[in-house]
Design a protein around this ligand. Structure first.
Ligand code: ZN
Length: 740
């Protein structure tokens, strides 16, 4: 194009003048703006002439009560690019080719992005890359020094969960931008995320970046750390036991478990198994489930992927707070509390159960149609007798039942501070019939969450005060200052201390009599529950059950409560007492040991243990002297002079007072007469057990506290009645912790 001379003159002479005038004016103006009205114009200037780079704050960690980490940030890298620095089409192509090859991008996509982003200062090509990926970029740049201004790696952070599945249904997980999407990560997003900072930089006239020419830096405020009430050790204990139980009972749905401090309402552990690993939250990590899905749908089919997605979504749910279940007989604790508090039953009153009770329109049955016969209220609790509870419910009445039901928190969310919490489903008071009342008295025809149940039980355990449960202990800033300390919150006294004391006695007796929940060395209170799951067609029983167990200990001054809810066990014996009670007991045992709660009594009482020496081949006199020296009794069988056989064998542990048998006949004859049958000891006194075992040529080890030899009854023997064993074998017999 030809340029006219007129235009040239304008450019040569007129424009500089205009420019100078403008420029001088501009300096003055700038002085005014920057110095005089700095604050007012700063915001506007930023919009018009500068780029802003957001500085991400560091996300707060999630830790246990002692500072053990559940969720933290891991230092990783990100790959950044300044497309404006790629001056030629060739450079663009080189970078696009490298990135597509190294990081599996489509070449054309990345090339288009470079072209489209030419005016921008920089953008992130890939975030949260591990060291080996970052190294690819470094290598590439060594060979392409000229591209260093255009492509580089920069520090980035990634959410990391060092415990994997540990506490995952409570912790939740984050999305690609580190934003909380589930669990505590979601619930406490504002606390954890912090406030972003920014770097403001001037843009050149051409629209390209002019880094470092002008910068203002505003610090990011890092997120706060969340310290939970959860104890990592107890969380391990809980997860270990419920994972094992799931395999043992071939559980088809899931198991939920929770441990609570009954005095404060603090959650010490909480889990739902199977769960997930928040480091890869969309992957099913549970082998048993993967096997099942493969078997059902065939790996790789459309149905397989549909089921896979549905299942993994299920595994991310926190069953303790987001799912409802029928509490079954565990609820009898509350019905009993109402009756005792309102003085509707005396401890000496007796009832008679003939296995069923006719209440007009509906006849109620005891489990397995068992007739419990004559029983006190305490017996009725231990027997889990529906007949007595229906009788008692009639005395309580709808109005009172409803009032206590509400006070124990079953009609509202507990407010423990976890997302997705639901509240129980119960009748409308006006519409609640007496039959609704009867079935409710033994925990059926309504639903609550495991969280609601353990919180209510904790109130009974602590002497009657409903404590609002909580799971966040404190919030701490990055300098270690406590921003918020959560304290135990008593909501109200629901029943009296004396009612609770009576109930503790009932529930300790229930455990002792129920046997399967009994914990050697400790006095614990507990109650099992078994409920039928209804199928989706309303009113039809599905044949699937939920077995649960709630317990608390130590009985005289309870500190912790444990609840386990086993959803669809597939064992041959489907009762709470066989499935959930031993599970709850084992969790409780480990908790008490960890918390250094002293056992109420020592196994074996005062008797000292000794090891049986080698006697075979010795003379009868020599052998007898050795045995006597150890505080053991000796019984000689036969007329020989040398010991041909000894029972028990060398190195067996016995207790002082036990008997060692010495055979002097030929070995074959001795073996013939050395077998004996273990007698049935259950329900017998210690004195009776001792006599029966002696008669059978067996040794006894007595386990139990406050043992009265003539009244305390055996509930467990280490070898089953009827078993053929060697004479001299030690049989351990356990007696109930307290005389009824
Ligand atoms: Zn009964």
């Amino acid at each position: 194009m030809k340029v006219s001379s007129k235009k040239i003159n304008f450019v040569k002479h007129v424009l500089p003048v205009i420019f100078c005038v403008f420029f001088i004016g501009l300096i003055g103006r700038l002085f005014y703006l920057q110095v005089v009205r700095h604050d007012y114009y700063e915001g506007k200037a930023v919009d018009q002439h500068t780029w802003e780079i957001t500085v991400e704050p560091e996300r707060g960690s999630i830790l246990d009560v002692n500072g053990e980490v559940f969720a933290k940030n891991k230092d990783v890298q990100q790959i950044l690019m300044a497309p404006a620095q790629l001056k030629s089409a060739e450079d663009r192509a080189t970078v696009a080719a490298f990135l597509s090859e190294a990081f599996d991008f489509e070449y054309q996509d990345i090339y288009d992005k470079i072209v489209a982003g030419e005016k921008s200062m920089y953008f992130s090509v890939k975030r949260r890359v591990e060291a080996e990926d970052a190294a690819k970029v470094t290598e590439f740049l060594k060979q392409h020094e000229s591209l260093k201004e255009a492509l580089w790696v920069s520090p980035d952070t990634k959410r990391y969960y060092p415990g994997g599945n540990l506490l995952s249904t409570v912790i939740g997980f984050v999305g690609i931008d580190n934003q909380g999407l589930a669990g505590l990560e979601y619930q406490y997003e504002d606390i954890l995320t912090g406030t972003p900072g920014k770097i403001t930089a001037i843009r050149t006239a051409s629209g390209g970046a002019m880094p470092f020419a002008y910068e203002s830096y505003q610090d990011a405020i890092d997120g706060y750390d969340l310290y939970l009430t959860v104890n990592k050790k107890l969380q391990y204990v809980l997860e270990k036991h419920i994972s094992n139980a799931r395999v043992e009972h071939n559980v088809q749905s899931r198991i939920a478990g929770v441990i609570m401090n009954v005095k404060t309402g603090a959650v010490l552990a909480m889990s739902s198994k199977p769960d997930f690993d928040p480091n890869e939250q969309f992957t099913i990590t549970d082998e048993m489930t993967l096997e099942k899905l493969k078997e059902l749908y065939g790996e790789g089919t459309k149905e397989y992927y549909e089921a896979y997605n549905k299942t993994q979504a299920e595994f991310r749910k926190n069953k303790v707070v987001t799912e409802l279940y029928d509490p079954g007989s565990t609820f009898k604790i509350f019905t009993a509390a109402m009756a005792l508090e309102e003085d509707l039953v005396s401890l000496s009153e007796t009832f008679v159960c003939s296995s069923q009770i006719d209440m007009g329109a509906i006849t109620y049955h005891c489990a397995s149609d068992k007739a419990h016969g004559r029983e006190t209220f305490k017996d009725a609790m231990a027997n889990s007798c529906n007949v007595v509870f229906v009788t008692i419910a009639d005395r309580i009445g709808v109005e009172r039942f409803y009032r206590y039901f509400t006070l124990f928190g079953f009609r509202s969310k507990t407010g423990v501070g976890l997302p997705g919490e639901v509240s129980g489903i119960f009748f409308d008071e006006e519409k609640m019939s007496k039959w609704n009342l009867y079935s409710s008295s033994f925990g059926q025809t309504f639903q609550i969450t495991p969280m609601q149940l353990i919180t209510g039980v904790s109130a009974i355990a602590n002497g009657g005060t409903y404590m609002k449960p909580y799971i966040v202990d404190r919030i701490v800033d990055q300098d270690g200052n406590i921003v918020q300390q959560n304290e135990p919150q008593p909501v109200g006294q629901i029943v009296s201390a004396s009612t609770c004391e009576t109930l503790r006695d009932f529930l300790e007796y229930t455990v002792v009599k129920g046997k399967t929940g009994y914990l050697k060395g400790y006095r614990i209170c507990g109650k099992t529950g078994t409920s039928q799951k209804l199928s989706s067609e309303a009113g039809f029983e599905s044949g699937k059950i939920i077995a649960s167990y709630v317990c608390f200990a130590p009985a005289d001054d309870p500190e912790i409560a444990v609840l386990v809810v086993v959803d669809e066990p597939n064992s041959t014996v489907q009762y709470g007492s066989y499935i959930a009670a031993p599970l709850g007991r084992d969790i409780m045992g480990d908790c008490l040991e960890y918390l250094n709660v002293e056992p109420d009594y020592e196994d074996g009482g005062a008797a000292a243990s000794v090891r049986v020496p080698a006697l075979e081949g010795l003379s009868v006199d020599e052998a007898a002297a050795k045995v006597d020296d150890l505080g053991l009794a000796v019984k000689i069988v036969g007329d020989g002079e040398t010991v041909s056989l000894q029972l028990p064998v060398e190195d067996t542990v016995l207790y002082s007072g036990n008997t060692v048998l010495i055979y002097t006949d030929s070995e074959d004859d001795a073996i013939q007469s050395a077998k004996t049958t273990v007698p049935d000891l259950i329900g017998k006194t210690a004195a009776e057990c001792n006599s029966l075992l002696q008669h059978a040529g067996l040794n006894i080890k007595v386990v139990g506290d406050n043992l009265n030899y003539s009244t305390t009854l055996a509930f467990k023997q280490s070898v089953k009645a009827g078993t053929k064993v060697d004479k001299g074998t030690l049989i351990t017999v356990e007696f109930q912790g307290k005389t009824p």
